[in-house]
Structure formats: C-alpha cells, structure tokens
Design a protein around this ligand. Sequence first.
Ligand SMILES: Cc1cc2nc3c(=O)[nH]c(=O)nc-3n(C[C@H](O)[C@H](O)[C@H](O)COP(=O)(O)OP(=O)(O)OC[C@H]3O[C@@H](n4cnc5c(N)ncnc54)[C@H](O)[C@@H]3O)c2cc1C
Length: 374
Amino acid sequence: MGQESKIKVAVVGAGASGCICAYHLLKARINVTLFDKNLPLRTLLPTGGGRCNLAHAEYDFKELAKNYPRGEKFLYSVFSQFSTSDTIELFNEMGIKTYTQDDGRIFPKSNSSKDVQKVILQELRTKNVKFIQKEIKDINELFEKYSAVVVATGGHSGYELLKQFNIKIIEPRPSLVGLNTKEDFMALSGIVIKSAMIDGIQEDILFTHFGVSGPLIYKISSLNAFNEIPYIVTVDLCPNLLNLQEILNSNPHKELKNILADFLPNKIAKFILKDIDETLKGYQVNGTTRDLILQRIHEFKITVNGTNKGEETVTAGGVDLDEINPKSMELKKVPNMYCIGEILNIDGFCGGFNLQNAWSTAYVCAKSIIAQAK
Ligand SMILES: Cc1cc2nc3c(=O)[nH]c(=O)nc-3n(C[C@H](O)[C@H](O)[C@H](O)COP(=O)(O)OP(=O)(O)OC[C@H]3O[C@@H](n4cnc5c(N)ncnc54)[C@H](O)[C@@H]3O)c2cc1C
C-alpha cells in the first residue's frame, strides 16, 4: 500500500458527485473530508422512484451528450474520460451489479437506491473518509486548512458560496417538471394520452389538477426551461390519426363522441367536442366541423404559465461552464477550487443522465487532483 498523500481535500456536499469524487480520491490515498449539512447521500434515495436509475445505455459519448439540453459540448471532454461503461465498471468494482431496462435505463440489480447508498457509504468508511455534518458558509475558511476544495452542493444551493469569487452563475430554473397551464384541465385530471407529440417528440402526456405532466412534458419543460413565461406549446394528441373523413364514412350511424372515443380517452373526446354537438352521426358531420375537430386534436394549444413548484427533478442553470476547465473541473479564476455535479450549468433528460453527469464530473475532478498530488 502506498503512502498517504500530503494533500488534504475538502469536498462540500456529500451527494452523488461529492461522494464519488471522495471515493476516487480516497482510493489514491488522498486525505478527504466530506462536509454536508444533511446526512450523506440522502439525495440518492428518491432517484428512479427509489430504484436509482444510475446511467443510460448509450455507449457513444457524443450521442450520450446529446441528452443534455445544457452542457452538450462541455461534456464531450468529460465523457471522453468517464462515460457509461466506466459507470457500470465503477459500480461493479463496489459490488453493485447493474442491469439495463428495455428503454435503456440502467438500474442496480437490487432495484434499491438504499442499497446503493449503503454500499457507497460503506466504501467511504472503509477508506477512512472524514465526514463532518455542517453547512459550509465560507469557502475561504476551508482553504486555511485544505489544499483543494471541491464544491458539490447540487442544483438547489451552494451558489452563494461562489459569490465572493466573482463566478458567473446562470440563474437556476426548474427542469424535468410538470407545467402549470392557463387552461383549466381539472376535468381531465389523471388522464394519460399515450404517444402524444410536441415539436416532433413523441411520449406520454398526463393531465393534472395544475396543468400537464408526464414524460413528454418533462422533456418539454427541460427544452423550454429558459423560455419567457407565458409561452404556448402545441400538442398533437393523436399523431396517428390521418384520415378522419374515412373514419366518419365507415361509421355513418355512430355518434361523434363514440367515434372519437375509439382513438382518444372519453373525457378528452368530450373536451375536444365542447361546443360541437357530440350526438351528431358520422354522416351528419360536415367538412367545417371535421376540420375543426382535426385542428383541436392535432393542434391542441397549451398556455404554460409556470412550473409545478417542488416537483422539479433537476435545475437548469448554475455555474457558467465558461468558468470551468472541462479537463479538470477546476475554476479558471480560482486555482485548486473545483465544481462538480448539478451545481454546474449542466442538466440532462430523465433516464439516468443527471447521475451520469455527477459520476463523470466527479471522476474528472478527482483524476486532476490525484495528478497534482503525485
Ligand atoms: C426525486 C428525484 C429523482 C431523481 N431521479 C434521478 C434518476 O433516477 N436518475 C438520474 O440520473 N438523476 C435523478 N435525479 C437527479 C439527481 O438526483 C441529481 O442530478 C444528482 O443527485 C445531483 O448530484 P450532486 O452531487 O450534484 O448533488 P446532490 O446529490 O443534490 O447533493 C448535494 C449535497 O450538497 C449538500 N449541501 C448543499 N449545500 C451545502 C452547504 N452549503 N454545506 C454543506 N452541504 C451542502 C446537500 O445537503 C446535498 O447532500 C433525481 C432527482 C430527484 C429530485
């Protein structure tokens, strides 16, 4: 076993990125103190609905980077050093076997975030991490004792710590979140439309008491995170519906509400028909009414006037990537100070991409500190 390095590193934030950065440093026999205002890895517990979707099965790092509305180019350098297969290997090394779901999401075989938390913390303890439960308020105080400081405080806090260093922060906005709408969808609350489409993206949409949510909306909230509110999105509720006239012709004696209910949920069909006589028979529907119905289905307008508070999975925004060296995660203006994980202006879609960012930036940072320690 080699000698312990004289370098002492403070890692602020014992979340996903902070703990894994500490893991790599400890493995290289570097002295690490982890600070967190809460219990370590508490933030991992709700991930993947308690199952911890820890990566995504995209093994080409440039393709992987396309899943990040903010950070794509910056991540080329990061992912070229540590990407999906490295994540699987890292967890394997800790004794956490993984599997890939049909949709590409990678989970631990135990399907338990709690298990992953337990194993990582056990690894850190075995490697003699120092953990101090404390909220850090001033980084300069840490520099009095430590030769390097890693800021890994996540997407919701820590920005105030960087103010004194004159670091540019892009104001954080909620992402991967349900959207509040001007339209009242209370009557549709709980209804899911399978494979609806917005801007060419096709996934499920869920109507709620506050507006809309579900996988399609999470993606749209991410892509539009910096849009001025209010903004309008146009949903195609039934992209597969190509020829309504043919369907009307084939069902001349069926009521309109029942015809629509063949390809849309009942309540949605009623909502679409609102001021149109729903008892009209197929043969009674004239061209104007048919086109109005088609327009309402294919160009369903939603006015977004906010995000559903507290539901956000990640934040868009954070430390401006121009402030960071992507080869080391070091702040260009502050030598020996590093930022990793969600505090950066990097965020991905749902599917394991945000944890991948945490693991990858943690590795790049640790590797750079280890190189300096030699
Ligand atoms: C409900 C939910 C489900 C999610 N599911 C997934 C998923 O399945 N897959 C995926 O890829 N991503 C998922 N994410 C996103 C993912 O959890 C985050 O992107 C990831 O945890 C970010 O890691 P981090 O280390 O940057 O920050 P965090 O994990 O948030 O850790 C930051 C830590 O810093 C501490 N801290 C903050 N400020 C201070 C301070 N001043 N002093 C001391 N400590 C401080 C906090 O207490 C916290 O422990 C999910 C997020 C949520 C909310």
